[in-house]
Structures are given as structure tokens and as C-alpha cells.
Write a protein that binds this ligand. Structure first.
Ligand code: NIG
Ligand code: FE
Length: 423
């Protein structure tokens, strides 16, 4: 048991462990408890939230006389942030390409010239697994400091079996001994490797890699691997190929969570909704019909403000999505193109560039992104019987986490994963 006491605000989001996500106007109706006298507390038992309220009431209900206390210093408690989309395992960086993009090159022009994902794939293939693990651990440490407690993490810089497996094993090792909780994703269809065409790469994935992954999981390996992803894009994996890879993955037991309608309008959202995708990301070029299809299928739209900002893309129609009832989540898309680790920065960008409100951005970065990873009933909110993942901020109102940009991390005074202080 641990008692977090001396709190001014607790941003619960929802106050039950039944609501898995919020949509539409409900995103602005988040549950917050506040007390100017800073007498709020949370009781955690075995990593799970046991009770919430005024300390005096909790002490009357529960025997807390011998429980250790954590003094929250009159700050605000929020749920740990859930990052719904990242590519955190790779070797090298692409700082030189940032200069090219600033000079006017587009994402696909850089990639066609052998850069982009191809550059990172070469570096990642060359790197020993130990180096990938060490790099990822450093990134995971920083993410924790920035308040992320659960992360979706993709492979996809191997593109061949050997290196894709090396990446998934690196994810597995970090997941096993780092406080950051990881939902792993196989993204062998992230690009078409230089020595193959679209058809050949999809045969490799469908006929060889997915069955081998399934076999490894049957043997009890790769426990953190939960999802399958494809970069569904013009000139990369077209609609029909993407659909085949994703449905094969689904039949092998993975949840579909893929890159759709980012650079060209391919009706990827309609396709994803039709095959029961759990989430789709980017969606800058989603159609009206795609929005309706996603609202109907309950597929989460994981929006990625860092990428749209970095690549100066047209923003996705976040307002339309929210008004039409799509479940909107947020991800950092952390990768060597969009090198942003901070979900606070992502929320800030979502507000300014996608016109989301602060409560909408917070819901999208907590409960709704937890739902995109199948954790909507257990993570992403501060309610009884949910996992005790929190960020404590030293500010008079929770909104400071989004409002203060550039230096958000300076107001995060502690981070808790399953009730343990991890920062
Ligand atoms: O989500 N669009 C494809 N994949 C990544 C970028 C990966 C990379 O450039 O290394 C994305 O933006
Ligand atoms: Fe991505």
C-alpha cells in the first residue's frame, strides 16, 4: 500500500473501470476533483488504485496507519500518458535529412533518394541487438521522464526476417525489465526493401514472417508482440496488398493497427474499418466516407501531430472526426524523422495545429490511446481498480502540462508506474 497525499487536483478522466473511451462532446466532460486546501489523496494497493478522495475520508474508511505516504506537495495528479504510436528501435539518426527537408525536399523524395526508412534500415541491420537495446532503453528512460507510462512500439527497420526478429527481441527485452509498459507491433511492411518489389515483400511477410511469429508466440516467446502494422501508401503498400497482410496478421491473432491515408487519399480508412482494424494512424488524407466508416466500426484514429508538423502536411480533420463520433487518440510517432519523445508536446501541437481542446487532447493521450492498445478498462484514467499509472505536476492546474510548451518536463515532479515511483 502507498498513499499519495497533499494533492490539489486529481484528473480522473472517468471515474469507473467500465468506460473504455470517450467520443464527441464527452471528451470535454472529463472528471476532475479539486480542493483548494490540497487535502486529496489516492490509495494504491499492489499497483492498483484502491480508493480516491479527501484524505480524512479515506482514513476513516481504510486502515492507513502503517501505510507509507508520498507527499505530492500540493500538485496535480494526472493519468500516466499512453503513446499510441512509435518507432523507438533503430540505430543512427537522420539529422542530416532534417536539413534536406528544411531546404524543401518532401518525405518521399528523401526516401526515393535512398534516405528515410532505407537509411535507418541499413544502420539497424548493421547494429548488434545489444546496441538496439541500449538505444531503446535510453529513449524509454526519457519517455518515462516526460510522463509516458505505456507505449506502442513498432519494428520496421529490418524489413527482412533476421532484422525484424532482432528488433522484436529488443522490444521484448526492454519490455521485460523497464518500467515503461510496451505493446509491441510487427511492421515488416514499413517499406519495400531495395532488393524486392511490393509483391515479393508481401509474400515474405504473409507466407514466411507472420507464420514464424505465430510459431514463436506459441512457444511462449515475444509476449509483448500484440499488433500488426503496414505503411499503406501510394508507391509503398497499396490497398489490396495492405489488406492481405493485415488480415493474415489478424488471423494469426494480432490486432490491426496501421498507417493509413497519410500522404495520398487511398481510402485506407474505409479498408481498415471493413477488416476490423483496432486503430489507424495519420489519416491526414482521410475521406468523408472514411470518417463515417471509422465512427461506425469503432476503429481508433491515432493522430500524430509531430509528423504533420515536421513534414508540413495538411492536418488531419480532427474536429470532423470528433464531431462525427470517431474515437480519437494521440501518438508521438517518435522515429528518426519526427524525433519527439514528449506526449505533452504532442498534446500541445494537437491543440494548436489540429484545433483540439485541452481536455480532448488529454483524453486522446490517455484513455483513448489506452483503448487503441486494448487497455481502455485498465489504463488511461484514475479510477478505482485501474492500474496506478500517474504523473504528478508541480502547477496549480493540470492544463499547465499542455500550456507550458518546450519545457513541459520541468513541471513533471514524479511519474508512477503500477504505484511505483519511476521518476
Ligand atoms: O509514421 N510513414 C511511415 N512511417 C513513419 C516514419 C518512419 C521513418 O521515417 O523512419 C511515420 O511517420
Ligand atoms: Fe509511424
Amino acid at each position: 500500500t502507498i498513499v499519495l497525499e497533499n494533492l490539489r487536483q486529481i484528473v480522473q478522466i472517468v471515474d469507473d473501470n467500465v468506460t473504455e473511451y470517450l467520443t464527441g462532446k464527452d471528451m470535454n466532460g472529463i472528471k476532475i476533483i479539486g480542493s483548494e486546501s490540497k487535502d486529496l489523496a489516492v490509495v494504491v494497493v499492489d499497483g492498483v488504485i484502491k480508493d480516491i478522495g479527501r484524505l480524512i475520508d479515506l482514513e476513516a474508511k481504510l486502515d492507513l496507519s502503517t501505510s507509507p505516504r508520498y507527499d505530492c506537495g500540493g500538485g496535480c495528479l494526472l493519468p500516466g500518458l499512453v503513446d499510441g504510436h512509435s518507432h523507438p528501435v533503430f540505430a543512427g539518426d537522420r539529422v542530416h535529412e532534417f536539413a534536406m527537408k528544411l531546404a524543401g525536399a518532401t518525405y518521399m523524395e528523401v526516401q526515393a533518394a535512398g534516405g528515410g526508412i532505407h537509411f535507418t534500415t541499413t544502420k539497424t541491420r548493421e547494429a548488434p541487438k545489444t546496441a538496439l537495446i541500449a538505444n531503446f532503453k535510453k529513449i524509454a528512460d526519457q519517455m518515462i521522464k516526460f510522463g509516458t507510462t505505456t507505449l506502442e512500439a513498432k519494428s520496421g527497420y529490418g524489413l527482412n526476417w533476421e532484422t525484424e526478429l532482432k528488433m522484436l527481441e529488443a522490444i521484448e527485452e526492454v519490455a521485460a525489465d523497464h518500467p515503461l509498459e510496451i505493446s509491441g507491433t510487427f511492421c515488416g511492411a514499413h517499406a519495400i526493401p531495395k532488393d524486392k518489389n511490393e509483391h515479393e515483400q508481401s509474400r515474405e511477410i504473409v507466407d514466411k514472417m507472420i507464420p514464424k511469429l505465430r510459431q514463436l508466440q506459441r512457444e511462449g516467446q515475444l509476449k509483448s508482440l500484440e499488433n500488426i502494422d503496414v505503411f499503406c501508401e501510394k508507391g509503398v503498400f497499396e490497398i489490396e496488398t495492405s489488406k492481405e497482410i493485415l488480415t493474415t496478421g489478424k488471423n494469426a491473432g494480432f490486432h490491426i493497427n496501421f498507417h493509413a491515408d497519410e500522404l495520398h487519399p487511398l481510402n485506407g480508412a474505409e479498408m481498415g474499418a471493413s477488416i476490423g482494424a483496432r486503430a489507424m494512424s495519420h489519416l491526414e488524407e482521410i475521406s468523408e466516407k472514411g470518417i463515417s466508416a471509422m465512427a461506425l466500426s469503432g476503429t481508433v484514429a491515432t493522430l500524430l501531430p509531430s509528423t504533420a508538423y515536421m513534414l508540413r502536411l495538411k492536418p488531419p480533420p480532427a474536429r470532423d472526426m470528433i464531431e462525427k463520433g470517431v474515437i480519437v487518440a494521440l501518438g508521438s510517432d517518435f522515429n528518426p524523422n519526427a524525433y519527439c519523445l514528449s506526449m505533452s508536446m504532442i498534446m500541445h501541437l494537437a491543440c494548436v495545429t489540429f484545433k483540439m481542446s485541452m481536455p480532448e487532447a488529454l483524453v486522446a493521450a490517455t484513455l483513448n490511446s489506452a483503448h487503441s492498445l486494448g487497455r481502455g478498462k485498465s489504463h488511461g484514467a484514475i479510477a478505482v481498480n485501474r492500474i496506478a499509472d500517474f504523473i504528478l505536476i508541480d502547477a496549480p492546474k493540470w492544463e499547465h502540462l499542455i500550456y507550458q510548451f518546450g519545457g513541459h518536463s520541468t513541471i513533471i515532479s514524479a511519474v508512477f508506474k503500477r504505484g511505483k515511483i519511476v521518476y
